[in-house]
Design a protein around this ligand. Structure first.
Ligand code: GSH
Length: 203
C-alpha cells in the first residue's frame, strides 16, 4: 500500500500511526496539498491528503474511511476501534470529539499562516481558538490508564495523541504544559511508541 501525505497533516499521521501499530507496511509519499494540489487531483478529486493507494490500484481518501478499511483488513480482534458495544461508543466519542477539535485547529492555522497580509481576520482566529480550548478541556476529562480505553491502545489514543502533537507543533500556546494533565499524560505515553516517534513531523 502507498500512503500519500506528509506527517505534518494530522489526518495523514493518524493513518500512518494506525498502519504501524497494526503492522501494515506502506510506502510513504509525502506530497503536500499546498500551494498546488495538482499532483493529488488524479488520486482524489478534492486534492487533499491522506490518500491510501491499495495494492490493486484502488484509491481511498478521507482518513476516517481509510481507518475503517484498515480495521476491517485486520479483523475485529486487532481493529483499533472496537467492533460493537459500549467500548465502541466510548472510543468513537473521543475520536469524533477530537476530530471536531482538530478541524478548528486547522481552520485557525489556515487563517493565521496562509492568508495574505491584510486579510487575516483575528476575530475568526479567536473564535476557533476558543472552540479548540473548549474541545481540549472536554477531552482532558478522559484519563488514560494507561490508555483511554484501558490496557490496549485504541483509535481514541491515536487520534487524540496526534491532535496534541499537532497543537504542540503549530500553536503551542493553546496547550501550555500542566493545563490539561490527562492530555499531557497521553502525549507522554504516545511519545514512547515507535509509531509516534517515527512519524514525528517537522514544522
Ligand atoms: N476530512 C479529511 C480532512 C483532510 C484534510 O483536511 N487534509 C488537509 C491536509 S491536513 C488537506 O489536504 N488540505 C488541502 C485542502 O483541503 O485543500 C480527512 O479526514 O482526511
Amino acid at each position: 500500500m502507498i500512503l500519500v501525505g506528509r506527517y505534518r497533516s494530522p489526518f495523514t499521521r493518524r493513518v500512518a500511526i494506525t498502519m504501524r501499530i497494526l503492522g501494515l507496511g506502506y510506502e510513504h509519499r509525502p506530497v503536500k496539498p499546498w500551494p498546488s494540489n495538482e499532483e493529488l487531483l488524479p488520486m482524489n478529486p478534492l486534492g487533499r491528503v491522506p490518500i491510501l493507494i491499495l495494492d490493486d490500484g484502488e484509491m481511498l481518501w478521507e482518513s476516517g474511511f481509510i481507518l475503517e478499511y484498515l480495521d476491517e483488513l485486520v479483523g475485529p480482534e486487532r481493529a483499533l476501534t472496537p467492533p460493537s458495544g459500549p467500548e465502541r461508543l466510548a472510543v468513537r466519542k473521543i475520536v469524533h470529539w477530537t476530530m471536531g477539535t482538530q478541524e478548528k485547529v486547522v481552520l485557525a492555522n489556515h487563517e493565521r499562516y496562509r492568508r495574505p497580509d491584510g486579510y487575516v481576520e483575528q476575530a475568526w482566529i479567536d473564535r476557533c481558538e476558543g472552540q479548540v480550548a473548549a474541545g481540549l478541556a472536554e477531552l482532558d476529562k478522559f484519563e488514560p490508564n494507561p490508555w483511554l480505553a484501558g490496557t490496549d491502545i485504541t483509535q481514541a489514543d491515536v487520534t487524540l495523541g496526534v491532535l496534541c502533537g499537532h497543537v504542540a507543533l503549530t500553536c503551542p500556546g493553546l496547550m501550555p504544559a500542566g493545563r490539561y494533565p490527562n492530555l499531557d499524560a497521553l502525549s507522554a505515553a504516545c511519545a514512547q511508541l515507535p509509531a509516534f516517534a517515527d512519524t514525528a513531523p517537522d514544522f
